[in-house]
Design a protein around this ligand. Structure first.
Ligand SMILES: O=C[C@H](O)COP(=O)(O)O
Length: 253
């Protein structure tokens, strides 16, 4: 059985005091909850402060990106080992906002992923189709290209102990969630693609998260699907009560 994972992507929100306060509130609410892994991903600049606040808790910390090179002349980038040094154990890579606003493609995402693995971080590789692709019946083709585009370059090691997050772009921040059936259909497809590359047992062990307007009131139905192993939560991760409620739903499932 795969243990569920609920990850909060705080995106570009909050000053340092807000980040530490949210981390502390989550620590207090989630203390003692069994049966679910949880991670919060603050902006880089708050990583160390949040990791310090969560040091004695069961909440791990993740970053929202890492550089595609180990060090040197990469102005504005943050290396994977710096992220790890700040206390992160996970890193989100290939988020659709990075693809859309910063032009990240599979080659760049794979390079970032390779750096993350070398630094001992667990990648959270995001994939997902636009509304245009879904309406053009290109959901599976899009997701397959994003997965294979990265795995082709990473080789046999794959994503290590990382996870995949399926985030339909049309559901992110829109309040429009994929139905449980739509999510399961794509998650099952992703697991099949992973099995082709990594083998059945590695694919069976890998967690596939759903992201896109997951909230306390729809989490249970999504998490009940056999191939939905958790969530990557944006807006609802910024409120301690709603993130804690989603974690509790995952723990019950
Ligand atoms: O990384 C998280 C996703 O982009 C989902 O964001 P959302 O929950 O605000 O729709």
């Amino acid at each position: 059985m795969r243990r569920p994972l609920i990850a909060g992507n705080w995106k570009m929100n909050g000053l340092s005091a807000d980040a530490v306060a949210l981390a502390g509130a989550l620590r207090d609410r989630l203390d003692g909850l069994e049966g679910v892994d949880r991670v919060v991903c603050p902006p880089h600049i708050h990583l160390a402060a949040v990791a310090g606040e969560l040091a004695q808790s069961a909440i791990a910390v993740g970053a929202q990106n890492c550089a595609d090179a180990p060090q040197g002349a990469r102005t504005g980038e943050v290396a994977a080992d710096m992220v790890a040094d700040a206390g992160a154990r996970y890193v989100i890579l290939g988020h659709s906002e990075r693809r859309q606003y910063y032009g990240e493609d599979e080659a760049l995402i794979a390079a970032r992923c390779g750096q993350a693995l070398a630094a001992g971080l667990r990648p959270i590789l995001c994939v997902g189709e636009t509304l245009e692709a879904r309406e053009g019946d290109r959901t599976e083709a899009t997701v397959a290209e994003q997965i294979h585009g990265v795995l082709d370059r990473l080789g046999a090691e794959g994503l290590g102990e990382g996870v995949v997050a399926y985030e339909p772009v049309w559901a992110i921040g829109t309040g429009r969630t994929a139905t449980a059936e739509q999510a399961q259909q794509v998650h099952g497809f992703i697991r099949g693609q992973l099995a082709e590359r990594l083998g059945g047992s590695a694919a069976d062990a890998m967690r596939i998260l759903y992201g896109g307007s997951m909230k306390a009131d729809n989490a249970e139905a999504l998490l009940a699907q056999p191939d939905v192993d958790g969530g990557l939560i944006g807006g609802a991760s910024l409120q301690a009560d709603s993130f804690a409620a989603i974690c509790a739903a995952a723990a019950r499932g």
